[in-house]
Design a protein around this ligand. Structure first.
Ligand code: ZN
Length: 256
């Protein structure tokens, strides 16, 4: 569930707290993650905390600790108090702890010398390649946006929001978009992501996303999760279809 805005909000909150600090110990409370402390030489200095697509990278002296939050993972900063339920991993610093909390246990944590995931350009980077890339693809535009090898950082919520804002039907083949539609998409992708980032992301009723300080995101979706509710622009009921195995929400009147 966490996508670029939620992951970036997490990284921005953690970075000033732990960059340059010494990671003293790592404890795996979930046996599935027991390989993490075993693979690390500790203590180690944290050079930086970075985002790549939807991955969070803790850059240590010689290795990366690479976390993916998947459906329900979150990283919390804690200076004192008991661990919340579903805490799977604890990173101990002299002045506090980073907790990896994950109700559904689908999130991952790996230790590696390099980051090897095949990711396309970041969704917040220069998108001038978009017209050419879209012309080559027959995939529905929403499926194209979700493929991290095309563009890194967008998931199911923001793909729906971006296509609504661009007025494009999510089922349209990518190559069928007109130059004007591609230009709109190119403008809307950073606009929607920056807006969501300013709101610290989206917290839905069924998901557990919080910033490391325990705040909920304030972004309010226009179409995502709003099946049957009136479109906020034209009043037409929002429709949900399955596309590439994912629930897909759109306004049949505003999106062509
Ligand atoms: Zn509408």
């Amino acid at each position: 569930m966490p996508e670029l805005p939620e992951v970036e909000s997490t990284v921005r909150a953690l970075r000033p707290r732990i960059r340059g600090q010494r990671l003293l110990a790592v404890r795996a409370l979930d046996p599935v993650l027991a390989h993490v402390p075993r693979a690390m030489a500790l203590p180690a200095a944290v050079q930086d905390v970075e985002r790549r697509g939807k991955y969070i990278l803790f850059r240590l002296d010689t290795v990366f600790l690479i976390v993916h939050l998947r459906m329900s993972g979150r990283l919390l900063w804690r200076e004192e108090g008991a661990y919340p339920p579903h805490t799977r991993l604890v990173l101990e610093f002299p002045h506090g702890e980073v907790l990896f909390v994950d109700v559904r246990r689908l999130g991952t944590a790996e230790v590696a010398r390099e980051f090897r995931e095949e990711l396309g350009p970041d969704a917040l980077s220069d998108l001038s390649f978009l017209p050419q890339a879209l012309r080559r693809s027959r995939a529905p535009i929403k499926v194209w946006l979700l493929d991290q090898r095309n563009l890194a950082g967008i998931g199911n919520i923001y793909a729906a929001e971006i296509l609504f804002r661009a007025g494009i039907d999510p089922r349209r083949p990518a190559h069928s978009l007109t130059p004007a539609e591609v230009a709109r998409l190119r403008a809307v992708i950073p606009a929607v992501l920056e807006e969501a980032l300013a709101a610290l992301g989206t917290t839905l009723a069924d998901a557990a996303y919080q910033t490391p300080e325990g705040e909920a995101g304030d972004y309010a979706p226009w179409v995502y999760g709003r099946e049957g509710l009136p479109c906020k622009v034209c009043g037409t009921p929002i429709v949900r279809v399955e596309l590439g195995g994912r629930g897909t929400y759109f306004c049949p009147r505003c999106q062509k």
